[in-house]
Write a protein that binds this ligand. Sequence first.
Ligand code: MN
Length: 267
Amino acid sequence: MRILVTNDDGIHSPGLTALAEALATLGEVWVVAPDRERTAVAHAVTLHKPLRLHKLAPRTFSVNGTPVDCVNLAVLKVMPKPPAVVVSGINKGVNLGDDVLYSGTVSGAMEGTILGIPSIAVSQEGQQTFRFSVGAKYAARVVRLVLERGLPPETLLNVNVPNRPQRSIKGVRVTCLSRRRFDNPIIEKLDPHGRKYYWIAGTRVSWSRSKDADHEAIQEGRVSITPIRLDSTDHNTLDRFRDWVPMIQTNTVAPATRVRASARRKG
Ligand code: MN
């Protein structure tokens, strides 16, 4: 059984090492990961420069690219056969709610899903230090089940582990993505020449859009497991927008069919 491990914190991240070690009990682990930190690159692919592979150890390679580049190179070039599972992480810090749209960790797993391979993203809550041994333990438990039972074809699992010692973990919850934004996201400062510059920073604020939100599980000290689908089509609103088609085709607007934000949410 071959297991592909990647991440977005780079090949030297201790989270990657902890994950690879924990999964070695389940199969033959191959590591293909970025040669440096690529946090928050989301689903970027490298198109405008050559990608280079460096073999660092048996079945261990770094790439001068993104997590998505790594998964593609690993599956299509490096590994003799596609892996049974792709596991991305363990990320330094949680990937909850809207974070999944920016996360290189989640995108690494998502690329596995796109290639038809069951895939899992694993992230560890923490600030300066991270209890990767706890995250690795839960990652191995989830991966073992995925290897045994599989995943739906367009679904990946996003696993987040709270910052607690193993004995203080309160349990496991299957969750939904929350909303997560930065409070005061752009910090404006002046450089020594008096010119403005900007940092994207600020404080995270989370809120639930439904019950079983992922950030609540982490606050409670539970491991959060969110199934995420590739298909983000809003199937509930297809008919509503089909009503727009004649108006777009003829460049007319019938006022009564305007979509209100409030009506749309109920759909
Ligand atoms: Mn990261």
